[in-house]
Design a protein around this ligand. Structure first.
Ligand SMILES: Cc1cc2nc3c(=O)[nH]c(=O)nc-3n(C[C@H](O)[C@H](O)[C@H](O)COP(=O)(O)O)c2cc1C
Length: 325
């Protein structure tokens, strides 16, 4: 099974370390495992003497009302990264469909073969715009061609995974991707016109640049550990980023989130909403739309339970004091 997902009991990057292509983290896999370790190191203060018995998990996110603060992260190339057990079209319509059915949003990834983004945009179209495309930092002509296609499919928000500038898979295929200067980023965001999300922010400096450039949201993310070995986990850097820019820009975070408890930890560390990646791929390959919906329902149940046990009334106002820091 080398190179493909082994569907481990806990998806922590150990069995698949170094498997990029594949579902793993780059190199030693330490950036992937740092995501899980940084979340595991966070503990809850358990509180039961309060009046929260029906917590409200709903949030508003860039004009979308979500049943809970969760999005399926953009994952492109599942067909070949999971061993051709499912077509890209069947995969992405299962993810976006399961998300729409349960009142959350799914995202669409990008890659070298056109069928990756094309099947994502087709799925967004069939769901009346319910999905967020993330486009890689290609040369401008290709980037804006994809923006136009995504908008034509009905997308109302566009993301760029700027950290894909480090993806070895794209380098291996000879396709140029690159970072953007603060000035150029501002021009791109201005030109895109709909709300723009910058994904792959791991420092306060980049978060401030995203605010200054006019982005509406950032994703605190090390791309699931797939672009640079030996980064911190997302939950390690989230508090300092939130301290710097919370309220000026919506903050998403991903990496190693597996349960509703993990979702609540990320919210308490400063995120407004959270993304989950690989477990959605497993759910979709294993059970298509039904598998995705069931996974989301499980996370929703865990989130509600954790909110009750920490005395958290609303997902839009989670107090860092629920954590033992
Ligand atoms: C196989 C694979 C493909 C991915 N493709 C994309 C992509 O096309 N665009 C993107 O922004 N992120 C992509 N990611 C990163 C995810 O969006 C997300 O940041 C990461 O998977 C979160 O970590 P988790 O899987 O531990 O939850 C990919 C991740 C994996 C494992």
């Amino acid at each position: 099974m080398k190179g493909y997902c082994r569907v481990c009991p806990v998806c922590d990057g150990r069995a698949c370390a170094g498997e990029v292509p594949g579902m793993g983290g780059l190199g030693t896999g330490r950036s992937f495992s740092a995501n899980l370790e940084s979340l595991a190191a966070v503990r809850f203060n358990m509180r039961l003497v309060h009046d929260v018995s029906e917590p409200d998990t709903r949030i508003d996110f860039l004009g979308h009302s979500l049943a809970m603060p969760l999005l399926a992260a953009p994952i492109g190339g599942v067909a070949f990264n999971m061993g051709e057990k499912i077509s890209e079209a069947a995969y992405i319509s299962a993810v976006l469909g399961g998300c729409a059915e349960t009142g959350i949003l799914g995202c669409v990834g990008d890659g070298v073969p056109d069928f990756i983004h094309q099947s994502g945009y087709d799925a967004i179209k069939s769901l009346d715009g319910k999905g967020i495309p993330f486009i890689k930092p290609w040369k401008d002509a290709e980037f804006f061609e994809k923006v136009d296609k995504a908008l034509a499919a009905g997308a109302t928000v566009i993301g760029m995974d700027i950290d894909a500038a480090g993806l070895i898979t794209l380098k291996q295929m000879g396709r140029p991707v690159s970072p953007r200067s603060p000035k150029r980023l501002g021009e791109i965001i201005h030109q895109v016109k709909v709300p723009f999300i910058l994904k792959g922010v791991m420092t306060v400096a980049d978060a401030r640049m995203a605010v200054d450039a006019g982005a509406r949201a950032i994703v605190v993310s090390n791309h699931g550990g797939r672009v640079l070995d030996h980064t911190p986990g997302a939950a390690d850097v989230l508090p300092e980023i939130a301290d710097a820019v919370k309220g000026q820009i919506a903050i998403l975070a991903d990496g190693g989130v597996r349960t509703g408890g993990d979702v609540l930890k990320m919210l308490a560390l400063g995120a407004d909403a959270v993304m989950i990646g690989r477990p959605f791929s497993v759910a979709a390959v294993g059970g298509l739309k039904e598998g995705v919906s069931r996974y989301i329902q499980g996370v929703a149940g865990e989130l509600k339970a954790a909110m009750i046990l920490t005395g958290t009334a609303g997902a839009d106002s989670v107090d860092r004091a629920i954590l033992r820091m």
